[in-house]
Ligand binder design. Structure first.
Ligand code: NAP
Ligand code: MG
Length: 399
């Protein structure tokens, strides 16, 4: 069988632990036999990032901008324990944080539905797509652990030297401080990314923030979204029969639980982090969710939204063939290949990606799955496989 050609490469960002192990198996069994895979490889494994003082991560982000499409394996965000475990020089920054900042985009996450896994939230009939702002807030914070009493101030010094100064708190004793920021330009592109995505999918957009408490900060998100909607999108939304709806974040959460789904939920960075795991988990598993970072100038990075599945990796190192679910990582690859095919005008590549997705879901719907899904399947799973055998089953179906 002739392999499917790729006109241009995609940026391939390898990662850590269990997902790195599965990454290689997915390439070997599901991609390389069918596609003449062209990638620019960047090793974003923790040691490689540490050795290069994160230069490799910035180079990978550059490659995504140049090639317009990237696919990323889950990576460890280092902490003190990891510094010891991997004998690192330093606490490296979150690679996802770096890439999101470089691409200044919005992360869209949608659960993957299969008919034998029922969503815990019975009212959700259609996927809730989550649009996560991928810039700023606590992900680019500045923190101080205050040793004792004193005055905490917020100061802005303009380029011409003028100052804006406000007292945060007269601290009566030890405590903590945090400074966060966001940029109008980034919030504007977040709004446009969400409205464009919703128009493309013909789904309504919801935004929730806490503007009653955070009148200036969260209020700015509300104001910018409304302005961009009114000026650029209202007429198109009316024509498509969809709407933009703003409410407080707590009201939004309450309403979402009773809604039928089929909407795009635009979330600030931290809300998106928390709520996407809630949606994925309610829909079955963290591994049953797609995730793509879309930048305003048309660059796409596909990834799994879960982490490196550390606990499974330690069991794998002891010789166990773990039943780790590879679906989100497979869908990261299919997303990237389909986008490459779309941009290059190579429909065979798009078609292959769709077939691989269908083969994956067909295998699960026929009752063959990994342990995380077997716990929830109804009718019960016929076969619970380890990751390797599960990937083999998909390869057999694909052939
Ligand atoms: P995790 O890798 O998401 O795994 C947490 C738990 O969720 C696992 O122990 C497992 O539960 C379940 N799970 C997640 N993915 C699964 C899969 N594909 N198949 C089956 N079960 C799955 O989070 P973590 O273990 O807390 O974090 C490990 C590392 O990942 C951390 O160093 C963190 O920095 C990093 N991380 C990276 C990203 C990213 O690169 N996008 C995102 C989040 C975290 P059971 O143990 O019950 O089976
Ligand atoms: Mg998270």
């Amino acid at each position: 069988m002739a392999k499917i050609e790729m006109k241009n490469p995609i940026a391939e960002l390898d990662g850590d632990e269990m997902t790195r192990v599965l990454w290689a198996v997915i390439k070997e069994k599901l991609l390389e036999p069918f596609v003449d895979l062209k990638t620019e490889y960047y090793d974003l494994g923790l040691k490689s990032r540490d050795d290069s003082d994160d230069k490799i991560t910035y180079a990978a982000a550059e490659a995504i901008k140049r090639l317009h499409v990237g696919v990323k394996c889950a990576t460890i965000t280092s902490n003190e324990a990891r510094v010891k475990e991997y004998n690192l020089k330093q606490l490296t920054r979150s690679p996802n944080g770096i890439i999101r900042e470089e691409l200044d985009g919005t992360v869209f996450r949608a659960p993957i539905f299969v008919n034998n896994i029922q969503c815990c939230v019975t009212s959700w009939k259609k996927p809730i797509v989550l649009g996560r702002h991928a810039y700023g807030d606590v992900y680019k914070n500045c923190e101080i652990k205050v040793p004792g009493a004193g005055k905490a101030e917020l100061v802005f010094t303009a380029e011409d030297g003028t100052e804006i100064r406000k007292t945060i708190q007269m601290m009566k004793g030890p405590g903590i401080l945090q400074g966060i920021h966001n940029m109008d330009k980034s919030i504007e592109s977040f709004a446009r990314c969400c409205f464009n995505y919703a128009l493309d999918q013909k789904i309504s957009v919801w935004l929730g923030t806490k503007d009653t408490i955070s009148k200036t900060y969260d209020g700015n998100f509300k104001t910018i979204f409304q302005k961009i909607f009114d000026e650029e999108f209202k007429a198109k939304f009316d024509a498509a029969g969809i709407e933009y709806f703003y409410t407080l974040i707590d009201d939004c959460v309450a309403r979402i639980m009773k809604h039928e789904g089929g909407i795009l939920w635009a979330c600030k960075n931290y809300d998106g982090d928390v709520m996407s795991d809630m949606i994925a988990s309610a829909c079955g598993s963290l591994a049953m969710m797609t995730s793509v970072l879309v930048s305003p100038d048309g660059n796409f990075e596909y990834e799994a939204s879960h982490g490196t599945v550390q606990k499974h990796y330690y069991r794998y190192l002891k010789g166990e063939k773990t039943s780790t679910n590879p679906v989100a990582t497979i869908f990261a690859w299919t997303g990237a290949l389909a986008k490459r095919g779309e941009l290059d005008g190579t429909p065979e590549l798009v078609d292959f990606a769709k077939k691989l997705e269908k083969a994956t879901l067909d295998v699960i719907e026929e009752g063959t799955m990994t342990g995380d899904l077997a716990r929830l399947a109804n009718p019960p799973a016929k076969q619970v496989l380890d990751s390797w055998a599960f990937i083999d089953a998909i390869a057999a179906k694909l052939k």
